[in-house]
Each structure stands twice: as structure tokens, then as C-alpha cells.
Design a protein around this ligand. Structure first.
Ligand code: SF4
Length: 90
């Protein structure tokens, strides 16, 4: 696994983004990773519970992004400039 480091070499947090225009409201993210995702009771679309997560969360966040049927979850990994919805680079 690629180490996640910040510009100063220290651990960097992972940004979690959900594109609500793409989200289909399937609820898969909230079902598998309720620590990081919730679903709006109003419109059923996903809501990230947190905007950032510790580097150790990267495997589960990648799994959540790869399961999303709409490709609506983007992970922002600072320094490496990795931005992925699943394994997709933007
Ligand atoms: S898995 Fe994707 S489409 Fe389904 S609720 Fe989560 S962000 Fe939306």
C-alpha cells in the first residue's frame, strides 16, 4: 500500500468527498462504512460523517469508493495528489 504522508513527511489525513449530484442514494456506503457515511433522511443521498479521516482508514475508504455504483465518492490523499473514486484518478 502506498504510504500516505503530508508535505512535511508526517501522516496526512484523507479527504472524503461525496458528489451529491452523482449519488444514486443506494446506501451502500452507509451500510458498509457507517463510521464515515450516512444517508440523508430528507433525500436519501449520502452524507459524509466526517470530511477527513486518518491515513489508517484508507483501505476501508477505498473499498467504500469502489463499491459505490455511481462513482460519487472521491478520496483526496494530500501530497501524493491521489484523487480517487475507487481506483479512478481524476
Ligand atoms: S454508495 Fe454511492 S450512490 Fe450509494 S449512497 Fe453512497 S455515495 Fe450514494
Amino acid at each position: 500500500m502506498t504510504p500516505v504522508t503530508g508535505a512535511d513527511g508526517g501522516a496526512a489525513n484523507i479527504g472524503i468527498r461525496v458528489d451529491r449530484d452523482r449519488c444514486a442514494g443506494s446506501g451502500v456506503c452507509a451500510l458498509f462504512e457507517p463510521r464515515y457515511f450516512d444517508q440523508s433522511e430528507e433525500d436519501g443521498l449520502a452524507l459524509p460523517r466526517v470530511r477527513e479521516a486518518a491515513p489508517e482508514a484508507l483501505p476501508v475508504l477505498r473499498a467504500a469508493a469502489s463499491r459505490c455504483p455511481a462513482g460519487a465518492i472521491t478520496l483526496v490523499v494530500p501530497d501524493t495528489r491521489e484523487s480517487a473514486a475507487g481506483d479512478r484518478a481524476d
